[in-house]
Structure formats: structure tokens, C-alpha cells
Design a binder for this molecule. Structure first.
Ligand code: FES
Length: 138
């Protein structure tokens, strides 16, 4: 004796797959961002170093819009949060390489003899939810 007809089995399988795919999408969407700071901790024109999954990330507030890039300089690991911010450019405190905080791109290389070309900083997606600054884990 069959418990379900062939079409009932197809509907059940379809519903099951739809449910599983929905759970996966929700998980990626909701869990893909992690709170790293309160918005009030990073006032306009300021920067803050945070840690996310073992990586140092620099959060920057430019006129209420938040950006996030890697915090360790791609030259020799300088701490960008201890550098200076001018407009959307952060300057490394060690050898003065500058990065665009909106994209992570190198704007000018280090002032260091025979320095090779350095890599861009990784840029992270940021969103604000209430007073929470969330950064993408991707
Ligand atoms: S460590 Fe940043 S410019 Fe050298």
C-alpha cells in the first residue's frame, strides 16, 4: 500500500526543497553581517579599529556613511587606525601610503626606498541597523 501518490510525493519534495533553500538564503542574509560597533563609537570624520573573525578592520564614518577596509597596511602591516584621515583618504602612520577608505584602493605608495607596488586593502560591505554598525563577513 502506497502512503503518498506520485504527485503528492512531488509536492512534498518541492516544498521541502523550497523550505531548505529559504533557510539557506535567510542564513546568508542575516548571518552574513556582524555587529562590530555602535554608531556612536565612530562619530563623523573618525575611524575605529575593530576585530571580525580574527581580522583587523578599520571602520570609518564619512558624513554619516560608514565604510570598512582592512586595518593592517598592505606594505608592512602598519596600523591604519593610528594614521590620519583626510577626506576619504587614510594615511599609514609608518611610511605614509594612502588608501581610499571608500574602496580600499591604494592612492599613493609608501615613502620608503625601493618599495614594491603594494596591494589594495580589502573592502567590506557595511550597513547600519539602528545604532548598530554591521560588517559583512564575506
Ligand atoms: S607599513 Fe604602511 S606604508 Fe609602510
Amino acid at each position: 500500500m502506497e502512503r503518498f501518490s506520485q504527485w503528492q510525493s512531488v509536492y512534498i519534495l518541492f516544498f521541502y526543497l523550497w523550505f531548505i533553500i529559504g533557510i539557506c538564503f535567510c542564513g546568508v542574509y542575516v548571518l552574513g553581517f556582524v555587529k562590530v560597533a555602535e554608531a556612536s563609537e565612530v562619530p563623523s570624520g573618525k575611524m575605529k579599529k575593530v576585530e571580525l573573525e580574527g581580522k583587523e578592520i578599520l571602520i570609518v564614518n564619512l558624513d554619516g556613511k560608514y565604510y570598512a577596509i582592512g586595518n593592517k597596511c598592505t606594505h608592512m602591516g602598519g596600523d591604519l587606525s593610528k594614521g590620519s584621515l583626510s577626506g576619504n583618504m587614510v594615511t599609514c602612520p609608518r611610511h605614509k601610503a594612502t588608501f581610499d577608505v571608500t574602496s580600499g584602493k591604494v592612492v599613493s605608495g609608501p615613502k620608503f626606498p625601493l618599495s614594491p607596488k603594494i596591494k589594495d586593502e580589502k573592502s567590506y560591505k557595511v550597513k547600519l541597523e539602528g545604532n548598530d554598525v554591521l560588517v559583512s563577513t564575506e
